[in-house]
Design a binder for this molecule. Structure first.
Ligand code: KMH
Ligand code: ZN
Length: 274
C-alpha cells in the first residue's frame, strides 16, 4: 500500500468561529492552523480563505497573502486552493486562485444540494471550463465527488482528455444532498473508479474518523479538518486542525500505514518535486 497522504481542510467556507473558535479567518490564523496540521503530519493543505471578519473570499490577493504566510512556516507543503469557494460565488470569482499557479486545485464534478436552500452549482460546461483553465496552467485537479454521478462525469471527461490521467479523486461523504457516509458508500465510490487513479476520502461531521479509518484500511488517502468537522470526539471541540490530523495519524499508526511526507505525496500524485 502507498504511504498515507493526509490532507488538512483547515478553514472551509461554511464553518464559523461560532462552531469552533479555532476556525481561522485572518492570515495569521490561517498560517497557524496550517502549521498545526503540517506539524502533525498533513502533506496537503486544502485551502479556502476569509476576510478578517470571516466572510469567505476567492480573492487572488488574499489567497497570495495566505499562501505566502503558510509557506513561511510549512515550506514544502502542497497547497491546494478551492475553486468551489462558497455557494453563490460566480465562476470568475471561484477561479481567481488558479491565477497563482498552485500545484493543485479542486475541480467539483457536479451540482448538488448543500442543505437548506443552497445549491452548489457545477454544470458540465463549468467543469469543462474549469478543467481546461487548470490544464493550461499545469495545475493538477483534485476531482471532488459528492455523489456517484460525479465520478461518472469525471470518467467521461477523462476519456475525452479534458481531465488528465492519472486522476486524483476526493470522495466527500455525508453532505446533506450528497451520498451518505456509510461504509458501503465508500466501498461503492472506490469501486467506481478505474484502476491507476488515486483517491482520498472526507467524511462530514461525525463521519470524519470512521471514514478516515476505512480509507486507511482500503489503501486510499484521508482528508480531515475544520471544513468538514470541528469535533475531536463527541461534544468536544478540537483545539486545532493539528489535533484532528494527529488523530488520523494515530489511526494510521494503529493500522500500519506510514504517513507520506510532502515529497512522498508529490511522488504518489505525480506532481513535480519542489
Ligand atoms: N464550500 C463548498 C460550496 C471545494 O473546495 O472545491 C465547496 C467546496 C468544494 O468546499
Ligand atoms: Zn473546500
Amino acid at each position: 500500500m502507498q504511504k498515507l497522504i493526509i490532507t488538512a481542510c483547515i478553514c472551509g467556507a461554511e464553518v464559523t468561529k461560532e462552531h469552533n473558535p479555532a476556525v481561522p479567518y485572518t492570515v495569521e490564523e490561517i498560517a497557524r492552523e496550517a502549521k498545526s496540521a503540517y506539524d502533525a503530519g498533513a502533506s496537503i493543505i486544502h485551502l479556502h480563505v476569509r476576510e478578517d471578519d470571516g466572510t469567505p473570499t476567492q480573492s487572488a490577493k488574499r489567497f497570495k497573502e495566505c499562501i505566502d504566510a503558510i509557506l513561511k512556516v510549512c515550506p514544502d507543503v502542497i497547497i491546494q486552493p478551492s475553486t468551489g469557494g462558497a455557494v453563490g460565488m460566480t465562476n470568475d470569482e471561484r477561479l481567481e486562485p488558479i491565477t497563482l499557479n498552485p500545484e493543485m486545485a479542486t475541480l467539483d464534478c457536479g451540482t448538488c444540494n448543500f442543505g437548506g436552500d443552497e445549491i452548489f452549482i457545477n454544470t458540465e460546461n463549468m467543469i469543462i471550463d474549469f478543467a481546461q483553465k487548470m490544464n493550461a496552467r499545469g495545475i493538477k485537479p483534485e476531482v471532488e465527488c459528492f455523489d456517484k454521478g460525479m465520478i461518472d462525469t469525471a470518467i467521461r471527461m477523462n476519456k475525452k482528455g479534458i481531465i488528465p490521467s492519472p486522476m486524483h479523486f476526493d470522495f466527500v461523504l455525508g453532505v446533506n444532498g450528497g451520498i451518505s457516509a456509510e461504509a458501503r458508500d465508500l466501498v461503492f465510490m472506490v469501486g467506481s473508479i478505474p484502476p491507476g487513479n488515486t483517491w482520498t476520502a472526507a467524511g462530514i461531521g461525525r463521519a470524519q474518523f470512521p471514514i478516515a479509518a476505512q480509507a486507511i484500511i482500503m489503501g486510499g488517502h484521508v482528508r480531515v479538518g475544520f471544513e468538514d468537522n470541528v469535533f475531536i470526539e463527541k461534544g468536544v471541540q478540537a483545539k486545532s486542525n493539528g489535533e484532528l490530523v494527529a488523530k488520523a495519524v494515530r489511526l494510521a499508526n494503529e493500522l500500519g500505514r506510514p504517513i507520506a511526507t510532502p515529497a512522498e505525496a508529490r511522488e504518489i500524485l505525480g506532481l513535480p518535486q519542489k
